[in-house]
Design a protein around this ligand. Structure first.
Ligand SMILES: NC(=O)C1=CN([C@@H]2O[C@H](COP(=O)(O)OP(=O)(O)OC[C@H]3O[C@@H](n4cnc5c(N)ncnc54)[C@H](OP(=O)(O)O)[C@@H]3O)[C@@H](O)[C@H]2O)C=CC1
Ligand SMILES: CC(=O)N[C@@H](CCC(=O)OP(=O)(O)O)C(=O)O
Length: 342
């Protein structure tokens, strides 16, 4: 299998390169940059990869299709909606880590991403690749966002089985700094991130419509959700802490059983026993999502804690899961089994 990767010098691209390099079905990885990039090497672009002398060439859609069997785009929002159009027209396999093709409605993308959307005909050819649930992939896979992945995997059982009041979902999500990509900003300087917590994009986060789109497919009665995001001083990891009112009184044991039933055949989702809640260290470096649930009978509230590594399950790892599904490789091929600890 000949694999193309665009955006290798971003955080998700670097992670994807590392995974693809040890994927048993990948024979060669070809790297591409901007359409007007000067030829260079990976070592020159990513100094920590100093041993990697593989070339990085400018992006040209016809060359990419001629030289490869599939292309991964680990590029910033707004790039694939133009660069990928010839690939979509040719039905060439694409796995897109950006948000450009996740939202079905162009006006929703324009509202939340503050830029023009991809053409409607192109959007219609994309499938949303929440890997545990969406198995009918088209050749163009829109890989989910990191917060959306943690939150949707956490909510799926209670939403699909109508175990909560649909109007009562509150999500308090936190992310490490690598979620913001490599570009430095005032809020991402060491002096602001270290020893600090910063709430951001209040009621404006682009993953709100992405989460809603999927929740409403599972249960149209979910009208909205409260969703906040906080930058925390870790490099990798997302913790999505979710609260919802139970539809009727329940127990933690019943909830754990419901979650275990939904995820019993999923190698990358670990449902923890009752009274156990996950930590970031249980998943960082792996492609796992770990989920803990608890019921508070005094307030009739269900608590769900869902953790992932934003660059793995939230980006590159799930992209490899979708690659495995698209080409019918074993689900776990090329994906590490254990987190990095200590
Ligand atoms: N970081 C995360 O945890 C997650 C990220 N994502 C998504 O994955 C994508 C990449 O994110 P991340 O790695 O964090 O971002 P980075 O900012 O770290 O990297 C962005 C990459 O896109 C490349 N790029 C930007 N514009 C162009 C262009 N016009 N043509 C070709 N390449 C381009 C950059 O190359 P150069 O530097 O040379 O311009 C760089 O390689 C984004 O869409 C992001 O939303 C999704 C889930 C989680
Ligand atoms: C910490 C941090 O800033 N995280 C980013 C997540 C980026 C992402 O995954 O966004 P896309 O939808 O564009 O893929 C954010 O909250 O916007």
């Amino acid at each position: 299998m000949q694999v193309a990767l665009v955006g290798v010098n971003g955080y998700s691209g670097m992670t994807l390169y590392r995974l693809l390099k040890q994927h048993p079905a990948v024979d060669q990885i070809k790297l591409y940059g901007h359409t007007d990039s000067k030829p260079t090497t990976l070592a020159a672009l990513v100094p920590v990869f100093q041993k990697e002398t593989v070339r990085v060439r400018s992006f040209d859609a016809a060359t990419v299709m001629a030289e490869n069997d599939v292309v991964f785009f680990a590029t910033s929002a707004g790039v694939t909606k133009t660069l990928a159009l010839p690939l979509i027209a040719a039905n060439f396999p694409v796995i897109d880590l950006s948000g450009d093709f996740r939202l079905r409605q162009p006006d929703v993308y324009e509202t939340w991403y503050h830029q023009t959307a991809a053409p409607v005909a192109a959007l219609a050819k994309a499938s949303y690749g929440l890997a545990e649930f969406n198995h009918h992939l088209t050749p163009y896979v829109a890989n989910p966002g990191c917060y959306a992945t943690a939150t949707l995997l956490g909510l799926a059982p209670v939403v699909q089985q109508h175990l909560i009041e649909p109007t009562s979902i509150v999500v308090d999500a936190k992310s490490g700094l690598s979620g913001a990509g490599k570009k430095l900003s005032t809020t991402s300087q060491f002096t602001m991130v270290n020893d600090n917590l910063q709430l951001y994009k209040l009621n404006q986060h682009q993953h709100i419509p992405e989460i809603m789109q999927q929740l409403q497919q599972w249960w149209p009665k979910v009208p909205a959700l409260e969703f906040t995001t906080t930058l925390i001083p870790v490099t990798c990891g997302i913790m999505s802490t979710i609260y919802a009112k139970a539809a009727q009184p329940t127990t933690t044991a019943e909830l754990v059983a419901a979650y275990q039933q939904v995820y019993q055949d999923q190698p990358f989702v670990q449902v923890l026993p009752a009274d156990d809640l996950p930590t970031l260290k249980q998943v960082v470096g792996s492609n796992d999502c770990a989920i803990g649930v608890n019921y508070n009978p005094i307030t009739n509230t269900i608590l769900i804690v869902s953790v992932i590594d934003n660059l793995m399950k939230g980006a590159a790892g799930q992209a490899v899961q979708n690659f495995n599904q698209l080409f019918q490789y074993p689900a776990t091929a090329g994906l590490p089994d254990l987190p990095v600890f200590p």
